[in-house]
Ligand binder design. Structure first.
Ligand SMILES: [Zn+2]
Length: 244
């Protein structure tokens, strides 16, 4: 059986905007690529739809939101990302719709990225592994908002707020897709990816009884190696690339 090799990600861009639902969505697999990009002098900004306040059973949302926000900012800093924004949608019940598209389109207009990154917007992770509704809503809204951002007649109130259209998004790269097309070598960024995911300590501690570093290292390495089977046997981070 021949497997199709993943293509290298385009590299003729300067600014990326990553839009995901929760703290840790980028760190679970994607941040080795982010570290490599910021090393090359590219700018990456994170936008999170929620603060992940409903993510930990034993911590009530009012305490959990600020805690996970702090962990997310620390986690971003490890891979060279200094700007992290929160859109304040409600964790667990994010609704796909024009309010979400408007908020993401506004972020795209503020930051003017050429590359937009998001997380799997499909119903499953492949097979019967069901995705969560927040990922589906935010992923779809991000793919849609890449177009909305460029059209002055969609959300005209944004223009009134001084956010002119930005039609410069050339690609939306979806991480965690079961049908990836492109990849980034994970080797140079892997140590920082481990450190970055480890910053989500309060989440990881309730997730596993393993030593946090052993768990994180094992998870990320295994994932990158499996992806690398389709990328010249180099550990890799995969994306499904939608060109615009
Ligand atoms: Zn998530």
């Amino acid at each position: 059986m021949t497997t199709t090799q993943l293509q290298p990600m385009p590299d003729d861009w300067r600014r990326a905007l990553a839009v995901v639902a929760h703290p840790d969505d980028l760190e679970y697999g994607c941040s080795a690529a982010i570290a490599a990009w910021t090393d090359e002098g590219r700018e990456v900004v994170y936008v999170l739809a929620t603060r992940g306040e409903a993510g930990i059973d034993t911590i009530e949302p009012e305490r959990c939101g600020p805690l996970r926000e702090r962990e997310q900012r620390a986690s971003a800093a490890v891979v060279g990302v200094s700007e992290v924004e929160f859109l304040d949608h409600e964790d667990g019940v994010v609704e796909y719709g024009t309010a979400l598209r408007r908020d993401i389109a506004a972020a795209i207009r503020r930051h003017r990225p050429e590359l937009v990154i998001t997380l799997n917007h499909r119903d499953t992770w492949g097979g019967v592994a069901w995705n969560t509704p927040d990922h589906v809503a935010v992923g779809r809204a991000t793919l849609d908002a890449a177009g909305d951002a460029g059209n002055r007649w969609i959300f005209p109130e944004l223009v009134e707020q001084g956010l002119d259209p930005w039609d410069g998004v050339r690609w939306v790269a979806v991480a965690g897709s079961s049908t990836p097309t492109h990849a980034v070598d994970a080797t140079p960024g892997m140590e920082r990816a481990v450190a970055s995911l480890l910053e989500h300590r309060s989440y990881i501690e309730v997730l596993t009884s393993e030593d946090p570093e052993t768990y994180v290292r094992g998870f990320l390495a295994q994932h990158a190696e499996r992806t690398g089977e389709r990328f010249g046997d180099r550990p890799a981070v995969a994306f499904e690339l939608f060109s615009r």
